[in-house]
Write a protein that binds this ligand. Structure first.
Ligand code: GAL
Length: 662
């Protein structure tokens, strides 16, 4: 692969020279400053459609040739983007159907970006043409190392073309309308369809109540975007299949099923924008660091390989309500965190700050003043120098014996469900809270879907795995039978892949977790929702913890009760159970708890499962540890000094400092 041309970690970012084509002096400066900062790659052309095709059918590559050649001469490689993230005005004026139609069936006017209809044939054709033109011209350019397809794809269109494609997708999935009615439970509120033509995409001023329909529309649109990306992939691969393709992922709840998308990409890349320093407690950045770590482990697990951070902010982001400067040392620390968690790059949005438009205040390596005498530029140079010294880590994998399930379909279903908790973010964030407990136990952890291969793990946690798709229960059973330790929590095994509840009869009752009662040795009888200021309590390993948010009432069959509720009418009922099954162990956590409980609970399970710790130490507050290849990264996300025993070596880190043990 062309990426192997570079033996170093990548350092660079989005570069938009087409905004300065009338300023050759500025472009001259750029190359000079890039070399000073240890930049070895830039991403070109993300939003360059109007510079490459200023008029329909008229292509101008001279400016791009000139930049690509100059960069290459100066040892800087190029990730070339297809420009489908945004479109020129002439295109929307002539072909209004390329613009998206919103849920209320109002078509958008020209403007903005990432708001085109992925069903539009003319949009697909125009994108294919420009992608092929770019590929024909640059596919063998020596500077080119990767294609960057589109940009942060998200959202949905609801136009007539999309509705028609959705109906086709439903016909292929269900075959007949009767079958669809059966899966949609459409006798409810008289929703029974007589033909596919009656089906409309969901809308807040239309249908949102048939959850199977709502979830199917998300699945359909995710498939449509992946299909669209495949057109782009084929177009650029036509002239040189050796150049790898990626698209920058950016938000795991953005609307695309990234597990599926990953299958069409050669390389995974990620845009990382933690809200550093935006918390009340200014002495710690632990919470932001956990969120960043979770997303890095999520994208790394997609191919179980290193990924690329495609964008991050070198200084102040402009999209948050409060735009905080990165405190001294944070730039270097956040860069080392990317590398520790599996990135082979540190890249920025963007190299030079635009003079106008909405991102004119978004932090960049070079500010409006154009100077290299800035704190940000020095920070970037420091990262460049560090990456240069760390080439040995490029390509190194992380091995994890633990995994947490974050499943796209499951989260979509939980976002729609009405009952228990209406706050969607509670469920979205739940896997991250369990993941944090693994992090604090200093084990490497993967983030996987319920369809991933379970066999390489010793411990898997599935928080609120509400939706059991075909085969899920069987996989869990086999994993435990074969010696795995599996943790399932409240609100699991309740619905099937179409969000229909599993149900039984008097002679054959069905209880959650569906078809796994014998594995876990429990039956879920009821679930109680708790108000925000309410809690129950449970005791575990000699300490009392709060049970919050929701408490399930279990019938214990042949499992051991590790902890019981201490209050209310369910005082004395099991809250945490454990059952030996086959060669492994099945744990059930019946209630939401404070995070400290999760830390202790997983400590107990990891020990039982004999899972390897990166370092033997107990958690030192705000100190994160990750192993990649043979290197152990120890990072202090506190402003205060911390000392940790790293397998016999006493390491003292000042605020925001880190150590890499090789
Ligand atoms: C990203 C986007 C970039 C830029 C950046 C600003 O989400 O891909 O084009 O807008 O945000 O933070």
């Amino acid at each position: 692969m062309e990426l192997e041309k570079i033996s170093r970690l990548l350092h660079g970012g989005d570069y938009n020279p087409d905004q300065w084509l009338d300023r050759p002096d500025v472009l001259e400066d750029d190359i000079h400053l890039m070399k000073q900062a240890g930049v070895n790659v830039v991403t070109l052309g993300v939003f360059s459609w109007s510079s490459v095709e200023p008029k329909e059918g008229v292509f101008t590559f001279e400016w791009l040739d000139d930049i690509m050649n100059k960069l290459y001469k100066n040892g800087i490689y190029v990730i070339l983007s297809t420009p489908s993230g945004a479109r020129p005005p002439w295109l929307a004026k002539k072909y209004p159907e390329v613009m998206r139609t919103d849920e209320n069936r109002v078509r958008q006017l020209y403007g903005c970006r990432e708001n085109h209809c992925e069903s539009s044939k003319i949009w697909r054709e125009k994108v294919r043409i420009i992608d092929e033109k770019l590929a024909e011209h640059y596919a063998h350019h020596p500077a080119l190392i990767m294609w960057h397809l589109s940009n942060e794809m998200y959202g949905r269109c609801y136009c007539e073309h999309c509705a028609e494609n959705f109906r086709k997708w439903l016909r292929a999935k269900y075959g007949t309308i009767d079958e669809l009615n059966r899966h949609y439970w459409s006798a409810f509120w008289s929703h029974r369809y007589t033909c596919f033509e009656e089906i409309e995409p969901p809308s807040k001023h239309g249908e949102m109540q048939l959850h199977a329909l709502v979830i199917d529309y998300s699945r359909f649109y995710s498939d449509l975007m992946i299909d669209f990306i495949s057109i782009e992939k084929n177009a650029v691969k036509k002239y040189n299949p050796e150049i790898p393709v990626t698209t920058n992922m950016f938000n795991i709840t953005s609307g695309i099923n990234y597990d599926k998308l990953a299958k069409t990409l050669d390389v995974i890349s990620w845009d990382s924008y933690p809200r550093w320093h935006c918390q009340r407690d200014k002495t710690t950045e632990w919470k932001n660091a956990v969120e960043a770590a979770f997303t890095f482990d999520f994208v790394r697990s997609l191919h179980n390989k290193p990924f690329y951070v495609m964008e991050s902010v070198p200084s102040v982001p402009s999209q948050f309500n409060i735009c905080k400067l990165k405190r001294p040392k944070m730039h270097l620390l956040s860069a080392i965190q990317m590398i520790a968690f599996g990135s082979d790059s540190v890249q920025y949005f963007q190299w030079r700050k635009s003079n106008g438009a909405i991102e004119k205040f978004h932090g960049s390596v070079i500010d409006h003043n154009g100077s290299s005498d800035t704190r940000v530029f020095c920070d970037v140079c420091e990262v460049g120098a560090m990456l240069e010294k760390m080439s040995y880590i490029k390509g190194a994998a992380s091995v994890s014996e633990a995994a947490v399930i974050w499943d796209w379909d499951n989260i979509r279903a939980l976002q729609e469900q009405v009952g228990l908790r209406h706050d969607k973010s509670f469920f979205e964030k739940l896997p991250q809270r369990h993941y944090e407990a693994f992090l604090k136990n200093y084990v490497n952890t993967d983030i996987i879907s319920s369809e991933s291969d379970f066999s390489r793990y010793k411990v898997i946690a599935a928080p609120a795995l509400y939706m059991f798709k075909p085969g899920t229960a069987e996989k869990i059973r086999q994993f435990v039978e074969n010696g795995g330790h599996f943790v399932l929590t409240y609100y699991s095994g309740i619905t099937n892949e179409n969000d229909l509840c599993f149900s039984g009869t008097a002679s054959n009752p069905v209880y959650a977790p569906y078809s796994l009662n014998d594995v876990f040795g429990i039956k879920v009888k009821e679930i109680d929702g708790l108000c925000d200021d309410e809690y129950n309590e449970l005791e575990f390993n000699g300490r009392t913890y709060k049970a919050l948010t929701c408490c399930e009432l279990l019938d214990i069959d042949d499992s051991e009760s590790l902890s019981k509720y201490m209050h209310d009418f369910y005082k004395g009922i099991c809250a945490v159970s454990k059952k030996q099954y086959g060669r492994g162990c099945a744990y059930y956590l019946a209630c939401d708890t404070e995070n400290d409980f999760l830390h202790e609970f997983y400590k107990y399970i990891l020990r039982n499962a004999d899972a390897s710790k990166i370092i033997g130490s107990e958690y030192v507050k705000d100190v994160m540890v990750k192993q990649r290849g043979e290197s152990i990264f120890i990072m202090n996300f506190s402003t205060e000094e911390r000392t940790i025993n790293a397998n016999g070596k006493i390491i003292t880190l000042s605020g925001y400092d880190f150590a890499v043990l090789n």
